[in-house]
Design a protein around this ligand. Sequence first.
Ligand SMILES: Cc1ncc(COP(=O)(O)O)c(C=O)c1O
Length: 377
Amino acid sequence: MDFIDLKKQQNLIRNNIDDRISKVLNHGQYILGPEVKELENKLSLFSKSKYVLCCSSGTDALLLGLISLGLKPNDGVIVPSFTFASTAEVVCMLGGVPFFSDVNIDTFNICENSILKSISEAKRQGVKLKGIISVGLFGQPCDIDNIIEIANRHKLWVLDDAAQSFGSSYKNKISGNLCDISATSFFPAKPLGCYGDGGAFFTNNEHYYKIAYSAHLHGMGSNKYEYDRIGMNGRIDTIQAAILIEKLKVFETELINRDKLAKYYKKQFLDLGTNIKLPKLISGATSSWAQFTIQLPLKCDREDFQIKMKEKGIPTAIYYPIPLHCQKPYKKFPISSDKLKNTNLLSKCVISLPMHAYLSFEDIEYISKNAHDIINN
Ligand SMILES: Cc1ncc(COP(=O)(O)O)c(C=O)c1O
């Protein structure tokens, strides 16, 4: 059994992908070929976001977001600590200051109370806050209306890191279109992944889009070798765009499957009466179920659980064993006055079980029965 089985999907759509790749090989426009615009138009229709810019990775999509928002050295940005490195890394790359805040224990997503505490603490410490990066961890979007309301009150922008949550929805809006700017990743294991690196930047604001567009082409101005700003090589490869066009065709069906599978996981664990905490969705939200992450009882030895699951042929993963604020390069940055209690706790008890759109109900029965037996023994 694979943790994320990419082969099953490939077997299903391999011929179409081969055709698409052949077309690129035939026309030879490997950089900014017509597939890039085609994908951007399709992602715009899917997310209902007016402007979509495909780029080199999820990390670069976040970076382009911060460049568009005009982040300057020493500007502060509220970020969760319970996330992948990229969320905070991009702030540091522009000389900004990540201000680490706590997450909700039930949803794994940034906590509004902790944001408010960070805002007060930043004032006390003299950090000039400019924005908030929300992260839809494991596939569920944040309760973004509440975050936007706080942001508006404090004149902050909101950038949504939807690397994991692209395809989810919040109050009938698709992630990618929930706030000022969103960023997603097409890393192969993501709900919508390519066969290499890729990402996308989403906004309804033409000004932000124009800056991001220029920045992803080295800061290009109206002529090719004339520059308006310092930029980067942030382009997506045409071949990756071609692959994504085919993958996007099955994405909606895959999201429905993932949701059914997540519900089946929950039913199995509830029927077994397993002593674990199951992932919870906030009202009005759907998840793209990038991960199915449970919380083990604290008395359960997580390493031992992982070894025993492996002995049964079940791969598991721990996202994330060490929160960012405890890691060497990030220790120097400020944290919310609540000391990130939930983050610290979650980093000790979370574990993710196999999840992908082609998992079977039988696989889930096998995984949940074994997990239950290991926890109970
Ligand atoms: C929450 C989060 N943000 C950003 C990224 C970065 O995406 P990429 O690997 O495409 O740069 C990831 C990827 O793992 C992620 O999980």
